[in-house]
Design a protein around this ligand. Structure first.
Ligand code: AMP
Ligand code: ZN
Length: 472
């Protein structure tokens, strides 16, 4: 298994610190607003990566923090006249709801900043003791001049960094590039007692604290989107190495590309901000996940509804091939194509999680399946497994309303369903439709087809009978 390491700018063989185990920390959301499809991109990519490690037999410990105290949260809360911690709590819940709706399971741990203030203080104390930080009037700053080499992750010189960083000015700093580990409390802001007076943590320190709490002082993989390379991750390296005196802090730095909307960065002012909720009103989560996985995790993604529609049709093609393979399944026939596809699929994912290449393998297999009238058992098994590895759920079942309206139609037509599960409802109504067709009452049989179409069930009349499937 090879993985691209931002630190070395190279694909490297993955060798975990502890055999068979992977510790991974991904920077989580700052919870002050509805999560958008850019967040979805990054968290789908890391979910896919974690899934693949598990599929390969690794025992994974996946940690994603929740930033629930921060300048942006305080600013938003002040605008709304709300309590910042309560505002954060509300949006944390919304974040988890949206992730669930997207089909992204929770990480193993989602530590919050406000639950780890003690740990944060402990680490800041260690950094001060090791003389990498200084106290200035209630603030604590990391001293950039104390490190030999700043900029190893982003590969910038100090002057480039000064130009690129949004340096927060403060008379308390000795050097403009010094960054705050602890900030003195301001009137009306959330604050905690510390050896330096009442205050709150700076932005970067939380991740040094929480990653070491859950994964140890050195661990395997640290991730986030590209925007976090500098200054956030660069500063995390300084903090953790200064506090613990162990190098390297992280073995593999993994960064996802940004998602833009029709060529523009998503922003409120451009009005092109798409929340996960808006997306899911129009599209199935699997369609979006497939759309994301059609790009390599490091590539930027240009989102448009047209592109998403195309991705959806692509995923339909794979599901259709699977349905067809199931329909014509003949046991015991092994095709070389399946064996070859299996190998190419895992080679692609082993090579820095190349999901677009892995999906291309599935497309060509689907094409072959559609040409055959006999498909081996193993084709069904492999496709099911491949979709599962990628986290693509099979078509979803009927909604409550859909079930109710089919039931209503069955009753109206004088039929009776054995039970109210999807399968028996659809089968009953298909039998009624076949009855009408036999009698030549095509108006009624078409009415049933249309009704099923409305609720997302697609019928196909084949020589072997009528088959059905759920539309995405
Ligand atoms: P934030 O809530 O802004 O702190 O972001 C949480 C995570 O989502 C970080 O890893 C960000 O780098 C990532 N992220 C934010 N916006 C985007 C985007 N447009 N595309 C991809 N990832 C993003
Ligand atoms: Zn972080």
């Amino acid at each position: 298994l090879k993985i691209y390491n931002t630190l070395t700018r190279r694909k490297e063989k993955f060798v975990p610190i502890r055999k068979g185990k992977v510790g991974i920390y991904v920077c989580g959301p700052t919870v002050y607003d509805y999560p958008h499809i850019g967040h979805a991109r990054t968290y789908i990519a890391f979910d896919a990566l974690v899934r693949y490690f598990r599929h390969r037999g690794y025992k994974v410990k996946y940690v994603m923090n929740i930033t629930n105290v921060d300048d942006k949260i305080i600013k938003r809360a002040n605008e709304l006249g709300e309590d910042p911690i309560e505002l954060a709590e509300k949006f944390e819940n919304i974040f988890f709801e949206d992730m669930e709706a997207l089909g992204i399971p929770r990480a193993d741990f989602h530590p919050r900043v406000t639950d780890h203030i003690d740990k944060i203080i402990e680490i800041i104390k260690a950094i001060i003791e090791n003389r990498y930080a200084y106290v200035a009037n209630g603030d604590v700053y990391f001293s950039i001049r104390k490190v030999k080499y700043y900029g190893k992750l982003s590969r910038q010189s100090l002057t480039e960094m000064v130009a690129g960083a949004r340096v927060e000015p403060s008379e308390k700093k000795r050097d403009p590039m010094d960054f705050a580990l602890w900030k003195e409390a301001k009137e009306g802001e959330p604050s905690w007692d510390s050896p330096w007076g009442k205050g709150r943590p700076g932005w970067h320190i939380e991740c040094s604290a929480m990653s070491s709490e859950y994964l140890g002082e050195q661990f395997d993989i640290h991730g986030g989107a590209m925007d976090l390379i500098f200054p956030h991750h660069e500063n995390e390296i300084l903090q953790s190495e200064a506090a613990f005196g162990k190098k390297p802090f992280v073995r593999y730095w993994v960064h996802t590309g940004f998602l833009n909307v029709e060529g523009e960065k998503m922003s409120k002012s451009l009005g092109n901000f798409i929340t996960i909720r808006e997306l899911l009103e129009r599209y199935d989560p699997s369609a979006f996940r497939f759309f994301v996985l059609l790009s390599h995790y490091r590539s930027p993604i240009d989102f448009s509804y047209d592109a998403l529609e195309k991705a959806k049709l692509g995923l339909e093609r794979l599901y259709n091939a699977l349905d067809y393979a199931r329909l014509v399944e003949v046991t015991g026939i092994k095709t070389n194509s399946v064996r070859e596809a299996k190998k190419k699929f895992s080679d692609a994912l082993d090579n820095d999680f190349n999901t677009p290449r892995a999906i291309a393998v599935l497309f060509s297999l689907a094409k072959e399946i559609n040409k055959l009238d006999k498909v081996g058992d193993d084709a069904v098994g492999f496709l099911e497994e491949a979709l599962d590895v990628l986290g693509l759920k099979e078509r979803t079942g009927l909604s409550e309303e859909a079930r109710a309206s089919i039931l209503e139609l069955i009753e109206e037509l004088g039929g009776m369903a054995a039970s109210t599960d999807d399968e028996s409802l659809v089968k009953t109504i298909i039998n009624l439709r076949n009855e009408y067709r036999r009698r030549g009452d095509y108006a009624s049989s078409d009415r049933i087809r249309r009704k099923l179409g409305e609720v997302g069930v697609i019928l196909e009349d084949t020589t072997q009978g009528t088959t059905w499937k759920f539309r995405l």
